[in-house]
Ligand binder design. Structure first.
Ligand code: DX5
Ligand code: ZN
Length: 222
C-alpha cells in the first residue's frame, strides 16, 4: 500500500525579503509541509537559514516544517531547529560520525528523525538505523543549490523503498523534482517530494504547479 503523496516545497527559490508571505502563499497553494534547506557553508558551499529565521516564520503558517540540515556536526544545532518549530529533522549520513546516536537524539527531542543520502552514498547506510527513521531522503542532486539538473537515481529509490517495506518510514526525494521527473521517482517508490524551482517556474502559477505535481505523483502510484 503506497503512502499518501506529500509535497514539500523548498523555500530556496522564494523572495527572501518576503519570506513570511511566501510561506503563507505556499500554504494557500496547497503544499503539505515546508522544506527548509539549512546550509552552513562548510558541508555545502552555500549559507542559508538559521533557527531564528525559521522560528520567526513558525507562527505565520500551520504547515509542518522539516529541516534539511546540510551541515557538518549537526548534533551541535539539532536542538535549536526543533525549538524553532521543525517537527522533522533530516541529517546527512555523510556528516554524522555516530548516525545512530544522532537519530536517537532527534527522537528524544520529540521530532521525527530523518537521514539524507547524497547521490554517491549507498542505500546500505540505513540498514542498521531503519527502526529509528521516519524519513529517508534520497538526494537527486548534489546538495547546495536549487535549480540543478535531476540525477536519475530511481534504482536507489527502489532499493531504499524495499529496505523500508516493513518500517513506518517515508521515502523522500530532493533535487530536480518537477513535472518531467516526478512519475519516475514515485514509480520507483518515493512518496514525499521536495520541489523548489519547478514549483515556481510553472507559467500557470504556484497553485497549478502544486496540484499538477500531486496529480502526476498520484497517477504514478495508481
Ligand atoms: C539542494 C536542496 C534541495 C533543492 C531543491 O541542496 O536540498 O532542496 O533546493 O530545489 P530544486 O527542486 O530546484 O532542485
Ligand atoms: Zn533539500
Amino acid at each position: 500500500m503506497s503512502r499518501p503523496v506529500r509535497i514539500a516545497p523548498s523555500v530556496l527559490p522564494v523572495d527572501f525579503s518576503r519570506l513570511g508571505e511566501e510561506c503563507q502563499t505556499l500554504e494557500k497553494a496547497g503544499v503539505d509541509l515546508i522544506h527548509w534547506d539549512v546550509m552552513d557553508g562548510v558541508f555545502v558551499p552555500n549559507l542559508t537559514f538559521g533557527p531564528d529565521v525559521i522560528g520567526s516564520i513558525r507562527p505565520l503558517v500551520d504547515l509542518e516544517f522539516e529541516a534539511h540540515l546540510m551541515v557538518v556536526e549537526p548534533d551541535r544545532i539539532i536542538d535549536r531547529y526543533v525549538a524553532a518549530g521543525c517537527s522533522t529533522v533530516l541529517v546527512h549520513a555523510e556528516a554524522c560520525d555516530h548516525l545512530h546516536r544522532t537519530l536517537g537524539h532527534i527522537a528524544e527531542l520529540g521530532a521525527t528523525p530523518g537521514v539524507a543520502l547524497n547521490p554517491h552514498t549507498p542505500a546500505s547506510v540505513i540498514r542498521h538505523v531503519r527502526d529509528l527513521l521516519g524519513v529517508v531522503l534520497v538526494m537527486t542532486v548534489n546538495p547546495g543549490f536549487g535549480g540543478q539538473a535531476y540525477i536519475p537515481l530511481e534504482d536507489k529509490v527502489t532499493e531504499v523503498a524495499a529496505m523500508l517495506e516493513d518500517y513506518d518510514c517515508s521515502v523522500e526525494v530532493d533535487g530536480g523534482i518537477g513535472p518531467s521527473t516526478v512519475a519516475d521517482v514515485v514509480s520507483a517508490g518515493a512518496d514525499r517530494l521536495v520541489s523548489g524551482s519547478a514549483l515556481f517556474r510553472d507559467p500557470e502559477g504556484l497553485e497549478h504547479a502544486v496540484s499538477d505535481l500531486r496529480a502526476r505523483a498520484e497517477a504514478a502510484q495508481a
